[in-house]
Unconditional design. Structure first.
Lengths: 237, 287, 343
């Protein structure tokens, strides 16, 4: 039985610049994976490569055994991978509810996540559903972005830098939704520079540096020093 | 009283210009594309209606209904085969491709139909008019005006009330993130151009029913349409209607002063509005 | 042969050959090539605007028409010599281009294109109201005016033939001179500080602004200068044609559409592009002129095909595939290899 999402030797380029150097990664059904690393480590490129926004130049990516690395972004979403992009990227000319609804644009049939369930998860959005999405606070916008991605009922949910630019209390509020998301059946990948929240929700951690995964394992097995080294690239003598 | 009459004629004419402009406005709003062949496509639509009239012996209104799906298909094909390939950061390729298309369409029509001017045979309705308080107004102009309002209203409903409209706006905002929603921007663009040509066909019906047209009539129609879009403010459909009315009224008053000044007055009104309000009358808040 | 000497060499061979034409060639050929040279002048101007300054104008016929009408006014109304009128034509076109720029620069990209077109229409409709120059139907240049202009008698003494042939030869030489001046001037301008700034703006506006290039001022300057060149060319064209009307003087097809196709086919944003484009254009015209509308359809289709498959036109594709640039615009430092192509 192959993992739900499996990357083998994935590479990606921006023009002549190589951003990913043979990334291997496996995500099992129902699990949560954290990818941590400093700014420029290649985390966002990895997410963009999986979702088809950035072109994959080598290696393979497969969802439930089926190759996705040559597919276009809209088809990868249909296959079951949704992303909360870095910087949220809400549609400014759409209301909160329209932003949520457009998440279900390609959906066929029913699934766990409905508008009602999103409002249950983030009740504050219900009251503001008719406002322009960009009129909301940063934390609320992040909730819309998560809800929008969930509306496609993805098998894999990728979250890119959820905590970027948000206050710690808001970050905690957003991560509080994760158990529910996980119980809905979605496997999750969180990409973070902010390690503490990511470690709390993750079953396994990958540290990235300069386009490579330099350290992997369950959070408990990794010492603070090891993560610190992998994160900052310091080598002890 | 004569001025009231002129104003009314101008408003009716403005409705026609709004119809010319609505498709242009829609396409620009969604993909930032300016189609220099838009006027020629309207004229092509008029010839298509005329062709259906003669071939099948239909009334122009019925022929136009038949022409609608054909023109939608043409728009879809045009976008898929040609325009999607040249959309991008560089504005030159789409501009030059649509310019080339304009020359091709004009001359193909010239070959097929000669330079003679034609008219759509709408029958007695053409001469009928209604008393409207102190003035009378022709039934055809009134129908044109009503259709313009209906078309703009319909496009607004489509844009703001339907799933397709939601996808239009999302793609216009951010085509990359739209792909993450499973939206295929290129097929959205193809549908948008198809709809634009449906509106162009409605415009073609009234163009051909109210006045003569010939293969070279397109560029002037493009200019009126373009002026209406800019005056109204980019991306605002009701603004486009207002822009059409401004051009129509200006032309009517220009013509009342001196028949030779009709077109000139419209152009000058456009320049004046642009100098006073560079972003048009109803600019969208963000862009 | 070094790159530096190539351009002067080409000019040294081509120009005397072309200059000798009125002496050795037929009058019909002289008239044909006059039109080709004028289209080349217009193309060089439009290429500076659209290819280098990023100002895609569809309204350059405005300045052809304004130049032509200014010349006719000088000759018919004020009795000036056509040659002096040519200079006035350029100056009037340039003077009027300033308010046009003030208006049209409010529009960007594609909207600038149609904005300039509207301006040309306004100019056409306004000049159609000038009753002293024939209003909407237009007027002719008095027969004597061209035949007695400065230099016509000398030319006739030189090559013999009729008075009309002398006018043809003289206007032909003027057009040739205009081409040479335009070529050398654009080459010098593009290699100057301002010209390099312009290319920097085209390639990366943000970076160019950061190093102190003011794009709007530069673009306005190019707009004014090309209006001058286009205006003179308009005047010259209508001395030779001998009859003016608003529709002919402000023809979108003749003075802008053809010009755009010439530049696009040859290679937009390259200096040799318009020259190559005009040769192809002339060849196609000879080949297909008898078919009228088919010729225009073919031209339109070629323009579309170039944009789809070879955006930089014939010259640009040549550079891309060979990596050789015989006519570099940049001040190339000595270097190995051809990693940095310079267009």
């Amino acid at each position: 039985m192959s993992p739900l999402l499996e990357l083998r030797g994935l590479t990606a380029h921006y023009g002549d610049f190589q951003a990913l150097f043979g990334v291997d990664l496996a995500l099992e059904e129902g699990r949560t994976l954290a990818v941590i690393g400093a700014n420029g480590a290649g985390k966002t490129t990895l997410m963009r490569a999986i979702t088809g926004i950035a072109r994959v130049s080598g290696g393979s990516a497969a969802l439930a055994g089926a190759r996705i690395d040559r597919m276009a972004a809209p088809d990868i979403l249909r296959a079951g991978i949704a992303m909360v992009p870095e910087g949220r990227r809400l549609f400014p000319s759409l209301s909160v509810e329209e932003n949520l609804r457009i998440g279900a644009h390609a959906r066929r049939g029913n699934g766990f996540w409905t508008l009602a369930r999103i409002y249950e998860l983030f009740p504050v959005l219900r009251d503001r559903r008719l406002q322009p999405a960009t009129a909301l606070s940063g934390g609320q916008q992040q909730m819309v972005a998560i809800g929008r991605a969930l509306m496609s009922n993805p098998r894999v949910l990728l979250c890119d830098e959820l905590s970027l630019g948000l206050a710690p209390v808001v970050i905690r509020e957003i991560y509080a939704a994760f158990p529910t998301i996980r119980d809905s059946g979605a496997a999750i990948v969180v990409v973070e520079q902010d390690i503490s929240q990511a470690l709390k929700v993750a079953d396994a951690v990958h540290c990235m540096m300069e386009g490579r995964i330099t350290l992997s394992g369950p959070p408990a097995s990794l010492s603070r020093e090891a993560i610190h080294d992998a994160y900052f690239g310091v080598r002890h003598a | 009283m004569i001025w009231l009459d002129t104003l009314l004629q101008g408003l009716m004419l403005g409705g026609l210009y709004a119809l010319f402009a609505a498709g242009l406005s829609l396409v620009f709003g969604i993909m930032r594309l300016v189609n220099l062949a838009h006027g020629d496509l309207i004229v092509l639509g008029a010839y298509l209606i005329l062709g259906l009239c003669t071939a099948l012996g239909l009334h122009p209104f019925l022929a136009a209904v038949l022409a609608l799906p054909l023109m939608f298909g043409l728009g879809w094909l045009l976008q898929t085969a040609l325009l999607n390939r040249v959309l991008g950061e560089d504005i030159l390729p789409p501009l030059l491709v649509t310019f080339g298309l304009s020359v091709v369409i004009q001359n193909a029509l010239l070959m097929g139909f000669s330079a003679d001017s034609r008219k759509l045979p709408v029958g007695p309705i053409e001469a009928q008019s209604l008393p409207l308080g102190p003035v009378t107004v022709g039934v055809m102009p009134l129908l044109t005006f009503g259709s313009a309002i209906l078309v703009i209203w319909g496009l607004n409903q489509l844009f703001y009330r339907t799933a397709l409209g939601r996808a239009f706006r999302a793609t216009s905002d951010d085509p990359v993130t739209a792909q993450l929603m499973g939206i295929r921007p290129r097929s959205i663009f193809a549908i948008a151009t198809g709809i634009a040509l449906v509106v162009a066909t409605i415009a073609a019906l009234y163009l051909g029913a109210r006045a003569n047209f010939d293969p070279a009539a397109g560029p002037a129609r493009l200019l009126y349409a373009f002026e209406a879009v800019i005056i109204g403010g980019l991306g605002s459909l009701w603004g486009t209607l207002a822009g059409g009315l401004v051009i129509g009224v200006a032309q009517a008053f220009g013509a009342a002063l001196n028949p030779e000044w009709q077109i000139l007055a419209g152009h000058l009104a456009f320049v004046a509005v642009l100098l006073l309000r560079p972003r048009g009358l109803f600019p969208r808040a963000y862009d | 042969m070094t790159r530096k000497t190539l351009l002067p060499l080409i000019l040294l061979i081509a120009v005397p050959l072309l200059a000798a034409l009125p002496v050795i060639g037929s009058r019909a050929l002289v008239q044909d090539l006059f039109m080709v040279l004028c289209l080349l002048v217009l193309a060089l101007n439009w290429n500076l605007l659209a290819g280098f300054a990023g100002l895609v104008s569809v309204g350059q016929q405005a300045f052809v028409g304004i130049g032509a009408y200014a010349l006719y006014a000088c000759v018919i109304l004020w009795g000036m010599d056509p040659l002096a009128g040519l200079l006035i034509a350029g100056l009037v076109a340039m003077a009027l281009s300033a308010p046009v720029a003030f208006f049209a620069f409010r529009l960007h990209g594609a909207y600038f294109a149609i904005g300039t077109w509207v301006v040309a229409e306004i100019a056409r409709l306004c000049l159609g109201q000038w009753k002293a120059l024939g209003g909407g139907t237009g007027t002719s240049l008095p027969k004597g005016a061209a035949q007695e202009m400065w230099g016509a008698e000398t030319v006739r003494a030189l090559i013999g033939g009729s008075k009309a042939a002398a006018v043809d030869a003289l206007t032909y030489w003027l057009a040739l001179a205009l081409v040479v001046v335009m070529l050398v001037a654009s080459w010098a301008f593009l290699r100057s500080r301002m010209g390099l700034g312009l290319q920097a703006v085209r390639d990366n506006p943000v970076a160019a602004r950061a190093v102190g290039v003011d794009p709007t001022r530069l673009k306005a300057l190019v707009f004014l200068l090309t209006a001058f060149g286009t205006g003179i060319c308009g005047g010259l064209l209508f001395i030779q044609i001998g009859r003016i009307s608003p529709d002919a003087a402000f023809s979108l097809l003749d003075w802008t559409a053809f010009v755009i196709f010439i530049v696009v086919i040859g290679g937009i944003g390259t200096l040799p592009g318009p020259v190559i484009g005009v040769l192809v254009f002339y060849g196609l015209e000879r080949l297909l002129a008898d078919f009228g509308t088919v010729y225009l359809i073919v031209l339109g289709l070629i323009g579309i095909a170039i944009m789809l498959f070879a955006r930089r036109g014939l010259w640009g594709s040549f550079l891309l595939h060979t990596g050789i640039d015989p006519l570099p615009l940049s001040h190339a430092a000595p270097r190995a290899g051809s990693a940095n192509r310079s267009f």
